[in-house]
Design a protein around this ligand. Structure first.
Ligand SMILES: C[S@@+](CC[C@H](N)C(=O)[O-])C[C@H]1O[C@@H](n2cnc3c(N)ncnc32)[C@H](O)[C@@H]1O
Length: 223
């Protein structure tokens, strides 16, 4: 990681994504958290104050050690125990079927190998578990899509790998999830209008055998 990624970017995240309009969306998204919970792309821990009261412990991870100092400070005052790991969500060190809930907010945009990360989320969720996501991504309108495609290379440089043009729902579904409910909305106050088209939803893992059969034996392997 370079100086910008480790020092400057975490400070930008903390300032921009701690704003009130973000807080409101965090509250709504996290209200459905139940049971043993994993948060990927924990950042500076901005979700922590928004977990419902019944949540007493979470496991959290982030790839960027620069996010750690602010996150540690927040963890100390959160009233929630956090088992924190600095690691890549593309390869998780957790048992298969070990979480009831996995949470991701504004993170799927910047994971380099999204398919691997989603496969890992699928793996670590219990069959009854839920993946709660709140993500910006590909817009619905053609002009906006073109602009998102055009500016994604620049965005990736400025925002540590962030893609503006990911079809979040499609990626989640193609990784063996059934999206129970999906809310598409325009988020006012995002860093850029290109990052305003939002996807919020709850996805349930489809058992791997069913995914495999459904894809006519060309899809994901049996587990
Ligand atoms: C835009 S920030 C959002 C942080 C936090 N989720 C929030 O809502 O405030 C995206 C976060 O994802 C993390 N990230 C990116 N790729 C990752 C990966 N492969 N594994 C784990 N974390 C990752 C980044 O380091 C960053 O902290």
């Amino acid at each position: 990681m370079n100086f910008y990624e480790e020092k400057i970017f975490p400070a930008i995240i903390e300032k921009q994504m701690g704003k009130d309009n973000y807080k409101q969306e965090r509250n709504t998204t996290l209200s459905n958290v139940t049971g043993k919970t994993l948060e990927i792309g924990f950042g500076t821990g901005l979700n922590l104050p928004h977990y419902p009261e019944h949540v007493k412990k979470i496991t959290a991870l982030d790839i960027n050690p620069g996010m750690n100092s602010k996150a540690q400070e927040r963890m100390q005052h959160a009233g929630i125990e956090v088992e924190y790991h600095c690691l890549n969500s593309e390869a998780l060190p957790f048992e298969t079927g070990s979480f009831d809930t996995v949470v991701s907010t504004w993170t799927l945009c910047s994971i380099a190998d999204l398919d691997s990360a989603l496969a890992e989320i699928h793996r670590v969720l219990k069959p009854t578990g839920e993946f709660l996501f709140l993500e910006h991504g590909l817009a619905e309108g053609a002009t906006m899509k073109k602009l998102q495609n055009l500016f994604t290379p620049l965005q990736k440089k400025l925002a540590c790998g962030c893609h503006l043009n990911r079809a979040i729902d499609q990626s989640i579904q193609e990784s063996g999830f059934n999206i129970k409910n999906l809310e598409r909305f325009w988020f006012k106050g995002a860093t850029s209008p290109l990052a305003s088209p939002m996807y919020r939803g709850v996805a349930k893992p489809i058992p791997m055998r069913a995914v495999y059969d459904d894809q006519n034996n060309k899809g994901l392997p049996y587990r």
